[in-house]
Design a protein around this ligand. Structure first.
Ligand code: EPU
Length: 416
């Protein structure tokens, strides 16, 4: 168990560089096994979710060079083995391997994937995609066996624009015979990153980033490389921190279009933010207005940023609100914020936060990855010492978070 310790209320100055996106990386790694030759992935973040993905790769028989930065994957000796439950449940993205194995070997077997405990997170849309492409799915408790004699392109309509189901269907469709159309596809930038990687290998995918993706299956995929896009959720988290504590704090290596919903909401609240091509400069201000947000798929306000934003809302003068439309259990972090002095009221899918409140350092829990980011931000603005238990959740998705914050003047450390 890791513990992050913060002495709060210090202004932050300097530069923070954003790492590669977790939610791209965890799909690019399984996508690599569709290739027949070695592939290269650049700008891989140093997070524990990447380690977990590499563990699955090695288990399946791939050769992997590198842990972060540049990694090279040779999938030529992979076998489609059953992925044991303890590995399957380490992270949500483990089921991308099921799709890649089904596409390449026409069979795969694994258990229900893991991930943050933020809601029920069913996988029915992924299974619907498999069936539409001709696969048989056998469900025995939480074990899934999928196989096909032949995968044939088909028409898939997703009931909701699920990121996971879009990626999974794309992974299977690139090796299916004929054309697959994914309707109501998710439009997240990570999906474009994954489609670009597959196209670099020779796949024929059009429309990634829109709600209709068309994939023409190909027989084989060749050596290729890809650069992981900057992590928009990590960037958003540091932008929120800078909005509360920044003194000309620069957040570098961002794609501003990926952060538009957050930046516009922060501006509405009164934040002093100057956005340039690939970085932004932020100064904290004395007075912030309350704001209301509703989480939606891209380009709407990302659910992954509502938990970090909740701490920001404690510093706005008046009643702010968050409506969470994707996950039924993504407010657990608010109990921790309340322990530090926040005024919170939850009614069904909506949380109301009344500010401004002066937060006080306390012993709190990282309830999950983004809930952990929420209490890190709270610790940074609070008076006194904050100890964050279960901080390993935070290390799943924030590359070098302690070092990056120390570099700009935060008093933060981590203990095992
Ligand atoms: N859903 C279904 N059935 C499905 C799939 C999804 O009902 O078959 C529902 C979910 O329950 C949820 C909504 O559809 O209400 C959206 O789920 P989605 O499938 O889009 O989410 P995901 O692929 O499981 C990814 C990210 C999450 C992020 C969401 C939404 C990865 C590995 N995870 O999850 O990231 O919250 O998209 O943007 O890409 C995080 O990084 O902290 C994180 C949780």
């Amino acid at each position: 168990m890791s513990k992050i310790i913060i002495e709060g209320n210090k202004k932050l100055k300097g530069k923070i560089e954003i790492s590669g996106a977790k939610n791209s990386t965890v799909a690019l790694i399984p996508a690599a096994i569709l290739c027949d030759e070695e592939v290269t992935i650049n700008n891989v973040p140093e997070i524990s979710d990447t380690e977990a993905m590499e563990e699955i790769l090695t288990f399946l028989g791939a050769t992997v060079k590198g842990r972060s930065g540049t990694i090279k994957i040779d999938p030529s000796k992979i076998e489609s083995k059953e992925i044991p439950e303890e590995i399957s449940k380490k992270l949500r993205a483990s089921y991308y391997f099921m799709s890649a194995l089904l596409a390449k070997y026409k069979k795969a077997c694994m258990y229900f994937p893991g991930g943050c405990s933020i809601g029920s997170r069913p996988i029915d849309q992924t299974l619907k995609g498999y069936r539409a492409l001709g696969a048989t799915v056998i469900e025995e408790g939480n074990k899934y066996t999928v196989f096909a004699d032949k995968l044939i392109g088909g028409e898939v309509y997703l009931d909701m624009p699920s990121v996971g189901a879009t990626v999974n269907t794309m992974l299977v469709a690139v090796k299916a015979e004929g054309i697959t159309t994914i309707n109501n596809a998710a439009k997240e930038p990570e999906i474009v990153n994954i489609a670009t990687f597959l196209n670099n290998m020779g796949a024929k995918i059009r429309g990634a980033g829109t709600s209709i993706i068309i994939i023409e299956g190909v027989e084989s995929l060749k050596k290729a490389s890809i650069e992981v896009i900057p992590d928009r959720i990590e960037a958003g988290t540091y932008i929120i921190i800078a909005s509360l504590l920044g003194k000309d704090l620069v957040i570098e290596n961002i794609i501003p279009e990926h952060l538009e919903s957050l930046i516009l909401k922060l501006k509405e609240s009164g934040v002093d933010i100057v956005v340039k091509d690939d970085h932004c400069i932020i100064n904290s201000v004395d007075y912030l207005k309350p704001i209301s947000i509703k989480t939606l798929g891209f380009p709407g306000f990302p659910t992954d940023l509502q938990q970090p934003l909740s701490t920001f809302l404690t510093q706005c003068n008046g009643v702010s609100s968050i409506e969470e439309t994707l996950y039924e259990n993504r407010f657990k972090n608010l109990e921790q914020l309340e322990r530090m002095g926040a005024k919170v009221r939850i009614e069904d899918k909506k949380a109301y936060i009344t500010g401004k409140t002066n937060l006080k350092g306390k012993v709190v829990q990282a309830t999950d990855l983004r809930g952990g980011a929420c209490v890190v931000i709270a610790g940074l603005i609070a008076k006194g010492k904050t100890e964050i238990e279960n901080s390993e959740h935070i290390l799943r998705g924030y590359s070098m978070i302690v070092e990056k914050l120390q570099e700009v003047g935060a008093k933060i450390s981590i203990e095992d």
